[in-house]
Design a protein around this ligand. Sequence first.
Ligand SMILES: [Ca+2]
Ligand SMILES: [Ca+2]
Ligand SMILES: [Ca+2]
Length: 272
Amino acid sequence: MRRVLPLRWFVSWGAAGVPVVAVMGSAWAGDPWATAVVSYNAGAGVDPNFTDSSAAIGMPTRVNFFGDSVTPFNSPYWYTDVVGIGRGGHLTVRFDTPILNDPNNPYGIDLLIFGNQFYVTDANGRVSGIFDEGGTIELSSDGVTWVTLIGVSPEGGFPTLGWQDIADLQFGSDLGTIPTDFTRPVDPSLSALGLTREELAAAYAGSGGGLGIDIGAWGLSSVSYVRVSNDIDALGTPEIDGFARVTPIPSPGVLAAASFAGVWAGVRRRRR
Ligand SMILES: [Ca+2]
Ligand SMILES: [Ca+2]
Ligand SMILES: [Ca+2]
């Protein structure tokens, strides 16, 4: 599930001297995003402007505060969109509609976590690494008993892609016309290393990216709480943009069965 890339930085990411404006997130039980913040502690080392936890509620960022599009090379960076998890800090969110280990979820992936990681490229414009600031993910069905996702980094997933048809993938200076789907995972077998920006965007195949988590692989059938935390002695301070419940897609077998049922119903009608 987790791709290992050769380059890995632990650098704090923030903008000093930015005035704080409270932007309240909102969500309703039927939508695919995290519903509410249960608790948040910024911890140490986070710019005070990046401590509005409501930034993690609602849909992940498609267009940044200054109008540039989010791409895997131009990640969300403004404090209205992402919240920082400092050393010793944590963010716990709740989904009112539980995330289920639905067999119809693409690739078995049930939950997506969006950070502000981004790919870096070499001199030939090919992906050569990811800017991943670490952290820890825990899942719970009841907010009491937690499962720690050993070896999975909150910023270790596929960086967000806002549009299927954006021209400037490097800087996101244009807006696309076809939005990506933030509830559809990228094929976890995709290896980004060595791809051009265009090859990478095409390989997302309509997905908006994110870290894909198969809750079943961690022994869970239902998840209503997600916590992102950071060690007291961590080097990096990751940022979180949002959380999404994956939209199930009926398998070809189910579609075939539904189609057969439709044919059979037609046969029955004709026989009558
Ligand atoms: Ca699953
Ligand atoms: Ca980050
Ligand atoms: Ca956000």
